[in-house]
Design a protein. Sequence first.
Length: 467
Amino acid sequence: MSLEEAFEETKKELTITTDQLNEITNHFVDELNKGASVNGGNIPMIPSWVLNYPTGNETGEYLAIDLGGTNLRVVLVTLLGEGKFKFSSEKYPIPEPMRTGNSPDELFDFIALNLHNFVISQFGEINKIEKPLPLGFTFSYPALQTAINTGVLKTWTKGFDIDGVEGNDVVPILQNSINKLKTPINVVALINDTTGTLVASKYSDSKTIMGLIFGTGVNGAYYDMANEIPKLHGKLPDDIVENNEPMAINCEYGAFDNEWKVLPRTKYDIQIDNESPRPGEQFYEKMIAGYYLGEVLRLILLDYYSKNLIFKDQDIKPLQAPFAMDTSYPSRIEEAKDKSFIDELFLESFNIKITSIERNLIHDLCILIGTRAARLSVCGIAAICKKRNYTSGHCASDGSVFNRYPNFKSRAHNALNDIFQWNCDPKDYPIQLIHAEDGSGVGAAIIACLTEKRLEQGKSVGIKSKI
Ligand code: GLC
């Protein structure tokens, strides 16, 4: 097989046609419905207990932390009302070994210590704080919730793998670590990043219909009417039933098609799954999320190398290390105006000298990988629109792939148009991806505030027995 033939084959495998988009979207709608049914399905469709919409008039000072990727973020948010807010925040990289340790303490004590120091930096001495500060905990993993302040981790995603957390409620684990340091903080709400994004964006833009993350992982949240979620029938407290309140649903749709009925998975996607800490899970996410895009490129290159099509007679050991390329590689390669950047990148990172043919090949592969990710990504959006009969609105989007992968947004809009056939000027597409407000900070603060208000008013924040 020649290099041209190999590339043509890869191109065919990575190209998502309009027919495929439609087939995948239709199956996605079925899977969303199945996930919300009493028996459940692949997609967890987690009721978040975030009830009602923010009004934009919420006010107060709240702490928020965000755990979900490579960094821990700690935020102090002041909600000012009228859809306005201000905040200050700090980022702390999570040391690699903590992401796969054998006890939760190491990670949660690390969070608590940084939180403690952050509070001191913002408020001065701890004993000057009169009443405990309310904290919204953005925990961006599939956590099953029977109330707003609980979250039992179903399974780790995005390469995290710490023993002793799956099957446990992460709120008391965090609260215990906080209490060890005597920091005056109450964890009042557990939030997914997508739910936070949905709520933060709705606080300042009433046209928001969903909150989406295209980052290390991929997921979406939207509002459904609590009474219309089959798996909650009989479990909702009376006040929620009577008021027929909207509730945000954290879909966890990275798990879409784990039964592998429609996704055009390639041998590279299958290898990524097989070698991951949780094979058989998050099939959709593993094809399109930032954690995996560089790995797809790396595996294709290794495959071509094994067929003696590229990097001939070169020692490629550094490239053979799993995850040797993060998503910034395909993203920077596609973005490079001067393609000699690719030569430098391969030489510096992997000590590989590339030819001009290889340079063009690598660039074209990055376009294919990025385009596939964007096109598949919108199937989740289109499915939510179809399920909720949304024909217009803003999809609040955040995450490193959305923010930094070149052309992601325009490719996503093209694919949405392929599905819905608006065929007008792209700026007039009725459904638009819009850059989100800070979901994990501001969103968590608003949710903490909404929760406090509900509790003050004696309203429910969880299933019948857990009010
Ligand atoms: C993964 C997590 C999910 C999160 C998403 C984006 O899919 O399981 O909770 O929302 O990544 O960060």
